[in-house]
Design a protein around this ligand. Structure first.
Ligand SMILES: *[C@@H]1O[C@H](CO)[C@@H](O)[C@H](O)[C@H]1NC(C)=O
Ligand SMILES: *[C@@H]1O[C@H](CO)[C@@H](O)[C@H](O)[C@H]1NC(C)=O
Ligand SMILES: *[C@@H]1O[C@H](CO)[C@@H](O)[C@H](O)[C@H]1NC(C)=O
Ligand SMILES: *[C@@H]1O[C@H](CO)[C@@H](O)[C@H](O)[C@H]1NC(C)=O
Ligand SMILES: *[C@@H]1O[C@H](CO)[C@@H](O)[C@H](O)[C@H]1NC(C)=O
Ligand SMILES: *[C@@H]1O[C@H](CO)[C@@H](O)[C@H](O)[C@H]1NC(C)=O
Ligand SMILES: *[C@@H]1O[C@H](CO)[C@@H](O)[C@H](O)[C@H]1NC(C)=O
Length: 489
C-alpha cells in the first residue's frame, strides 16, 4: 500500500513536468600506481556527458578539478577517518574542510558516503558501527549550515548486509547482528530525506549463490528465475537484488526510502566470465533499463540512480574477493575504452571518448631471457616481481592464464618494470641476470603486456591502504626527463 502511494507520487511528478529521471554516474577509484590526472578525468566526464562522479577520498587536487564543471560529486569518508567524526565538533571540522571549502570553489557535492561498506565483515573483517554515529553527526553539521537540502549523508552497503541465501526478494532481511544499528541509520536517512545506497557485484553474487550466470544479465535467458513472489516474477539479478533491499527496508520500518545503486559493474579479467565481451553485454542491457525509468517489479516506473563501477582499473586494489577487483574499469589505465558502452543509456554501439593528452612511457618491455639453468632463482625472481607488479591477469580465468612458464615470468618482469616506471632503481629489469629489455611488444592474443602511462601522480605504495587513501598524493615530475630520454633512443 505505502509503496504504491510512493509510486503514484513519482508518477505525478513525472507527468507534472517536474521530470524525475534515473541518473547514470561513474565511480572513480584511484588505487593505481599510475593514474590519469584529475583534469583529464574531468574532461572525460564532460566529453561523455556523465553527470555524476563518486570519488573515494576527498583529495584536494581531485575536488578542485571538478570546480565549475557542473558534475555532481559523491565523496566518501574512509574508514580510518570515521573516528575523527564521533562528535559535533569533529563533524563540523570535517564539513568545513571537505565540504564548505569546495562548495565555495563551486564544487557541487550531492552525497557524502560515510565509511566504505562498514557493515560488511566479509570484506573488511570488521563491522564498524561508528559509521552510524558519524552519519548523524555529519548530516547534523550539514543541516546546521543550511546544506541539508542539497548534500545528503548516507552509508553504502554491500549485498552481504542481507541474510545469506534468500531465494526470493520478499524473504530478504537485514542480518541479525547489524539489525539494530541498521534501523537506527535508516531512521536518520528517513528524517533527512536521504537515500539508502546498495552496492552489488553481479558476477560475484550469482556465483556465490549458485545461480546461472545468465541471471546476472538484464537480457539474460537464465535457467534460474523467481516466479510468483507475491505475484511478481524475477528474471534478472538487478531486479531481484534491488527489490530484496526494498523488502528488507520495508521490514526494518522504512518502506519509502529512495534506493540508489552505488556500485554496479562487470570486471574484464581475473574471474570466470570476467571478460570484455561480457562487460559490453552487461552494460548494453543494464544502462537502457535505467534510462528508460521502468523501475523494478516492486517499484515500477520509479527512476533509479546507478553508479557504474568503475572508470578505470586499479592495480593496487585489495584482492580479497578475487583478482577481478583490479579489473573493474570501462577504461584501461591509459584512458582508452576497453569496449563499447553508451553512457547516455540509449544502447548505441559506441565507444566512449578516449582520455586526451595521455603520455606513454617509452615502448619498451622487460622480459625473461629464458635462462632456466637455476629454476629456484627464476621462481624467486617471479615471486618478487609479482609482489610489486600486478600479476592478477595470470590467475585462473584471467586474460593471461594461458601463458607457459617462461611467458609467465616475462609477464611478471614486465609488470614490475612498468610499475617502477621503467626506472626508479639502477636497473629494474635486472632480476639477477634473468631480465632483458626488448623493443618488440610481447603481448599475445587477449593477454596484454602493458606499457604504462607516464605517471602524473603517484600514490604512497608503502602504506597498507586497507581503504582508499585520504592523503594528498605526491606529484612525480618525470615528464621532462622521459621526453629527453625519448629524444635519444
Ligand atoms: C577502521 O578504522 C579504525 C580506526 O578508526 C581501525 O581501528 C580499523 O582497523 C579500521 N578497519 C579496517 C578494516 O581497516
Ligand atoms: C572520539 O574519538 C576520540 C579520538 O579518537 C576519542 O578520544 C574519544 O573517546 C571518542 N569519543 C567517543 C564518544 O567515541
Ligand atoms: C578477522 O578478525 C579477527 C579478530 O577480530 C581475527 O581473529 C581473524 O583472524 C580475522 N580473520 C581474517 C581472515 O583476517
Ligand atoms: C549459502 O549457500 C552457499 C552455497 O550453496 C553455502 O555454501 C553456504 O553455506 C550457505 N550459507 C548459509 C548461511 O546457509
Ligand atoms: C509470471 O510467470 C508466470 C509463468 O511464467 C506467468 O503466468 C505470469 O503471468 C507471470 N507474471 C507476471 C506478473 O509477469
Ligand atoms: C640457484 O639460485 C639460488 C638463489 O639465487 C642460489 O641460492 C643457489 O645457490 C643457485 N643454485 C645453483 C645450483 O647455482
Ligand atoms: C603462471 O602463474 C600463475 C599465477 O601465479 C599460476 O597460477 C600458473 O599456474 C602459472 N603457469 C605456469 C605454466 O607456470
Amino acid at each position: 500500500m505505502a509503496l504504491s502511494i510512493i509510486t503514484l507520487a513519482y508518477c505525478i511528478m513525472l507527468f507534472s513536468g517536474n521530470v524525475v529521471e534515473g541518473t547514470i554516474g561513474l565511480n572513480w577509484g584511484r588505487m593505481a600506481n599510475q593514474r590519469l590526472i584529475p583534469s583529464m578525468v574531468v574532461d572525460l566526464f564532460l566529453q561523455n556527458g556523465i553527470p555524476e562522479v563518486k570519488v573515494f577520498s576527498a583529495s584536494e587536487n581531485v575536488m578542485k578539478a571538478f570546480s565549475g564543471s557542473g558534475i555532481g560529486l559523491t565523496i566518501a569518508i574512509p574508514n580510518e577517518s570515521l573516528h575523527e567524526i564521533n562528535s559535533t565538533d569533529g563533524a563540523r571540522d570535517w564539513v568545513r574542510t571537505k565540504i564548505t571549502n569546495f562548495v565555495n570553489m563551486n564544487v557541487d557535492i550531492k552525497y557524502v558516503n560515510v565509511g566504505a561498506e562498514p557493515f560488511s565483515p566479509s570484506f573488511w573483517n570488521q563491522t564498524n558501527f561508528g559509521a552510524v554515529d558519524a552519519l548523524r553527526f555529519i548530516q547534523d553539521a550539514l543541516n546546521e549550515i543550511g546544506y541539508g537540502d542539497k548534500t545528503k549523508a548516507t552509508i553504502p552497503h554491500l549485498t552481504d548486509v542481507l541474510k545469506p541465501n534468500h531465494t526470493k526478494p520478499s524473504d530478504a532481511e537485514f542480518r541479525d547482528d547489524i539489525k539494530e544499528k541498521m534501523i537506527e541509520s535508516l531512521q536518520i536517512l528517513q528524517e533527512n530525506n536521504s537515500p539508502f545506497v546498495m552496492d552489488v557485484f553481479p558476477i560475484y553474487f550469482v556465483r556465490q549463490n549458485n545461480m546461472d550466470v545468465e541471471f546476472a544479465f538484464v537480457d539474460g535467458h537464465s535457467t534460474y528465475f523467481v516466479e510468483d513472489d507475491n505475484g511478481l516474477n524475477y528474471t534478472n539479478l538487478f531486479d531481484f537484488i534491488y527489490d530484496s533491499f526494498l523488502w528488507a527496508m520495508k521490514k526494518a520500518g522504512t518502506p519509502d526510502l529512495k534506493l540508489v545503486v552505488g556500485q554496479i559493474g562487470w570486471p574484464t579479467d581475473g574471474y570466470p566470465d570476467a571478460n570484455i565481451a561480457n562487460a559490453e553485454r552487461f552494460y548494453k542491457s543494464l544502462l537502457p533499463k535505467v534510462a528508460s525509468n521502468k523501475g523494478t517489479p516492486l517499484r515500477p516506473g520509479v527512476p533509479i540512480d546507478i553508479y557504474i563501477h568503475s572508470l578505470s582499473d586499479e592495480n593496487k586494489m585489495k584482492v580479497k574477493f578475487g583478482a577481478f577487483q583490479r579489473h573493474w574499469g570501462i577504461y584501461r589505465n591509459d584512458g582508452e575504452p576497453k569496449f563499447k558502452i553508451d553512457l547516455s543509456g540509449q544502447g548505441r554501439d559506441v565507444y566512449p571518448t578516449s582520455a586526451k593528452g595521455v603520455t606513454y612511457m617509452p615502448k619498451r618491455w622487460c622480459i625473461f631471457n629464458g635462462d632456466t639453468s637455476n629454476l629456484t632463482k627464476v621462481k624467486y625472481a617471479f615471486e618478487q616481481a609479482c609482489l610489486v607488479g600486478d600479476c592478477t591477469s595470470l590467475s585462473p580465468g584471467g586474460s593471461c592464464s594461458h601463458l607457459d612458464f617462461n611467458q609467465n615470468v616475462s609477464y611478471a618482469f614486465n609488470r614490475f618494470f612498468q610499475t617502477k616506471s621503467q626506472k626508479e632503481r639502477d636497473d629494474p629489469c635486472e632480476f639477477d641476470g634473468l631480465g632483458k629489455v626488448v623493443p618488440d611488444n610481447p603481448s599475445t592474443g587477449a593477454c596484454i603486456f602493458p606499457v604504462e602511462v607516464l605517471a602524473a601522480e603517484s600514490i604512497d605504495t608503502g602504506s597498507s591502504m586497507g581503504e582508499r587513501m585520504a592523503t594528498l598524493s605526491k606529484l612525480v615530475m618525470l615528464l621532462p626527463f622521459l621526453l629527453i630520454f625519448l629524444a635519444f633512443i
